[in-house]
Write a protein that binds this ligand. Structure first.
Ligand code: NAP
Length: 309
């Protein structure tokens, strides 16, 4: 559904891997949005007005009322705060920030400034997630087993920020699984224990095992080569459910479910952002980030082999 009569101008900030892979194509195909500018120190998008400095952009283009921040989490707070102070609506890539306190400050500021803040969770928009959620409403969940194993060299080639403080390490993909978990479970769970494997030369974990209340467990590993695994398997009183391929596929009682035609994760995020701006609302759900913060607080640190890209 399109919420804007005319496409709204939007600027993309931080033109790197995810901006090129997902945001630019999603905006190009959207009836709601007009990609009017980019802000990036080195990157740009062919044919689109390019700025290098965010302050100069905010000053020069007051007509662009919406910014989408595709930066890594470490610099994101400063950009988001400047944008909100300049009364721009702000969409945040996941994870929305480095810390919960940063996010509380941005929420407060957005409300004070009367603008939209959207902490997006792309995996929640995967094709099977809404269907899984509605199936689980009719069942009692007895346990959940999450397996999220991927190759960091493929998905974050040379991106040292993922291993720097605030980069979250394997929690960067793991939080996608947690964003689905917190979306589909009828009752909330909380973390009770974690093992975090830190390469001896890095500041964030490369693998993690998490245990939650309610017989929910998760294994995240960034060292998986070959086929990648993004599965959430759920035992219920009426038989099993499984979300596979990051939520793109749903099995109920072992049978593959036919899913409704789906626009894709990032087109769905931008449709949601258009809806929020149109209604003058914000959407900031920090539940996935709370689990990550708890894992960092409760987790037992295990040192493993050094990692180089
Ligand atoms: P990236 O390519 O390393 O970074 C995006 C761009 O941000 C960079 O090209 C850089 O552009 C700018 N940037 C980097 N560090 C900066 C700094 N300190 N200050 C200002 N600008 C900086 O990262 P990415 O893979 O696109 O990931 C960005 C976000 O998207 C992360 O939160 C990630 O979790 C999320 N995400 C990534 C993927 C994926 O597959 N990689 C998938 C889904 C979501 P300039 O040098 O031109 O300024």
């Amino acid at each position: 559904m399109s919420y804007a009569k005319e496409p709204r101008k939007i600027a993309l900030v931080g033109i790197g891997k995810i901006a090129r892979d997902q945001h630019v194509p999603a905006l190009a195909a959207s009836p709601d949005w007009d990609l009017a500018a980019t802000v990036s120190r080195k990157g740009g998008v062919e044919g689109i007005e390019a700025h290098e400095d965010f302050d100069a952009f905010l000053e020069a283009r007051p007509d662009i009322e919406v910014v989408s921040l595709c930066l890594p989490p470490q610099p994101r707070f400063d950009y988001a705060k400047k944008a909100l102070l300049a009364r721009r609506h702000v969409m945040l890539e996941k994870p929305p920030g480095q810390t919960l306190a940063e996010m509380h400050e941005l929420e407060r500021l957005a409300a004070k400034q009367g603008v939209t803040l959207y902490a997006s969770w792309h995996s929640r928009m995967a094709a099977g997630v809404a269907a899984a959620r509605s199936r689980l409403v009719e069942r009692v969940v007895q346990g959940v087993c999450i397996t999220w194993k991927e190759d960091v060299r493929k998905w974050h080639p040379g991106q040292d920020w993922v291993f720097a403080p605030g980069g979250m390490g394997v929690m960067d993909p793991g939080i996608n699984a947690l964003s689905i978990l917190t979306e589909i479970l009828p009752e909330p769970v909380h973390l009770v224990a974690a093992d975090l494997e830190f390469p001896e030369n890095r500041d964030t974990p490369i693998a993690a095992r998490l245990e939650f209340s309610g017989h929910v467990s998760a294994v995240f590993d960034w060292r998986q080569e070959g086929p990648q695994t993004w599965d959430i398997e759920i035992e219920t009183n009426k038989g099993p459910l499984a979300l596979r391929e990051g939520g793109a596929r749903l099995e109920v009682d072992g049978a593959e479910q036919e899913l409704l035609d789906h626009p894709g994760e990032y087109p769905s995020l931008y449709a949601r952002m258009a809806e929020l701006v149109g209604r003058g609302e914000s959407d900031v759900d920090l539940a996935p980030m709370i689990h990550v913060a708890d894992a960092m607080t409760l987790g037992r640190r295990v040192t493993v082999a050094p990692f180089e890209f």
